[in-house]
Design a binder for this molecule. Structure first.
Ligand SMILES: [Zn+2]
Length: 429
């Protein structure tokens, strides 16, 4: 590989923009002042990790890339079957149902013959593999690591790290030594599990949350130091440091399938003609042609329910970047109450229950379009660029075009666009 001009993206999963403050993340706060701080950076909907990974790698919204959620409905034999995208075998089910995985090329495909792609990820297998679902580059994950063409990497060369803070740190050290210093692909991605992983079991603002922020920062600092060393040796490296979404507090939990069953949709749920794909603080509602009129018939009741924030139908989904094909009929953003948690963090959300999982009331969650979960952060460090603040809205879909432009590759036709350097202020007269 060995590219002197290359790009690196570090994702601190679940680190909401409002946590980048001197007292909570001093390292990120300083880095923000040294680089380009994207002050209006946005998540995608659903604001979940697997969809975020697909949007980062394609530069497109879910309506274009085709991955609907962390869990999504597939039309199998005319019926809707909701499957978990996090499972390693999901791509097989998706290929059988739709003929493919992502509908547009990944960054890994775009740079396969232009310097290569290596990702190290410590989140769910699904989120890792959707960075490069068709194996154009290298993806390393504790559930299995793969080379171009899909060959399995085994033994010490695989990524045998733990799914916790220590695993993030071990992964980062190996990433810096092996990927950044030695192999030098055109595009390298480091996707940390934290602070998201920790927040799913503790309150926002708690000591554990702050410790997870500290570890994520420590990993970022290691990458920055490595890149500064390499730039001192003449390499030109574009570094993007960011997150995919923030988190909000779980205030209550609703079994949406049970609610639909009480509204006479039980038989249609049983037959796979109506289905619910929970996304934490949101849900996608699917129906076959047979189930669609009955599902539409309960939407007004749903809108009156205390746990429902906004319910979008059909054409309104496209405005949120969501596909309207593949059986999706509606999307629900769960309600929010402006109450404080014990650590002074505002906002409590209803979430959709998942079979077999108990809701950790008071802990963090995400998935919808609430104010905190949709505010990830992004810092762009481009060689030679002046520090500044980008006030134009940016999003996860702008990351791939920004990388492609830096590498001198085609970035037209994507939903996102390159994040440009801010203009230096005109001299005052
Ligand atoms: Zn995430």
């Amino acid at each position: 590989m060995r590219n002197r001009r290359r790009a690196v993206f570090v994702c601190c999963d679940g680190l909401g923009r409002d946590w980048v403050r001197p007292e909570t993340t001093p390292i990120l706060h300083d880095l923000a002042r040294e680089g380009l701080w994207c002050a209006e950076h946005r998540a995608v909907f659903p604001s979940v990790t697997r969809v975020s990974a697909a949007s980062v790698t394609t530069g497109c919204l879910p309506a274009r890339h085709g991955l609907h959620g962390n869990r999504m409905g597939l039309v199998e034999g005319g019926k809707i079957r909701v499957r978990d995208v996090g499972h390693p075998d999901f791509r097989g089910h998706m290929r059988r149902a739709t003929g493919t995985t992502l509908l547009v090329p990944s960054l890994a495909e775009r740079v396969a013959d232009a310097g290569g792609f290596i990702a190290f990820s410590n989140v769910s297998p699904g989120a890792a593999y959707f960075l490069d679902p068709e194996h154009f580059g290298y993806v390393y994950h504790r559930a299995g690591s793969y080379a171009p063409g899909g060959a399995c990497i085994s033994g010490a060369k695989a990524l045998g790290v733990s799914h916790d803070l220590a695993g993030d740190w071990a992964m980062t050290q190996r990433f810096c030594a092996e990927v950044l210093r030695d192999r030098q692909p055109a595009v390298a991605v480091l996707w940390l599990a934290n602070p998201d992983l920790t927040l799913h079991g503790v309150p926002l603002g708690s000591r554990e949350h702050r410790e997870a922020l500290g570890m994520a920062e420590r990993c970022v600092r290691e990458v920055v130091r490595t890149i500064e060393d390499l730039q001192g040796e003449g390499d030109e490296i574009l570094l993007l440091i960011g997150s995919d979404h923030g988190q909000e507090t779980i205030g209550g939990c609703i079994d949406l399938e049970a609610w639909l069953a009480t509204h006479r949709l039980g038989a249609l749920l049983q037959s796979g003609d109506v289905a619910v794909a929970g996304q934490g603080t949101a849900a996608l509602l699917y129906a076959s042609d047979l189930g669609r009129p009955s599902l539409l018939g309960v939407i007004e009741d749903m809108r009156q329910a205390p746990w429902a924030g906004t319910v979008l139908l059909d054409g309104e989904l496209a405005a949120h970047g969501l596909a309207t094909q593949g059986g999706i009929v509606a999307a629900v953003n769960m309600a929010r109450l402006e109450t404080l948690n014990p650590f002074g963090v505002t906002g409590q959300r209803w979430i959709v229950s998942e079979a077999g999982k108990s809701a950790a009331l008071g802990s963090g969650q995400h998935g919808g379009w609430g104010p905190d979960e949709t505010r990830p952060f992004l810092i762009v460090r481009e060689p030679g660029a002046a520090p500044g603040v980008m006030h134009r809205p940016t999003g996860l879909i702008d990351i791939a075009p920004t990388i492609l432009r830096f590498l001198g590759l085609e970035s037209d036709g994507l939903d996102g666009s390159p994040i440009a350097r801010p203009l230096r202020p005109a001299p005052s007269r």
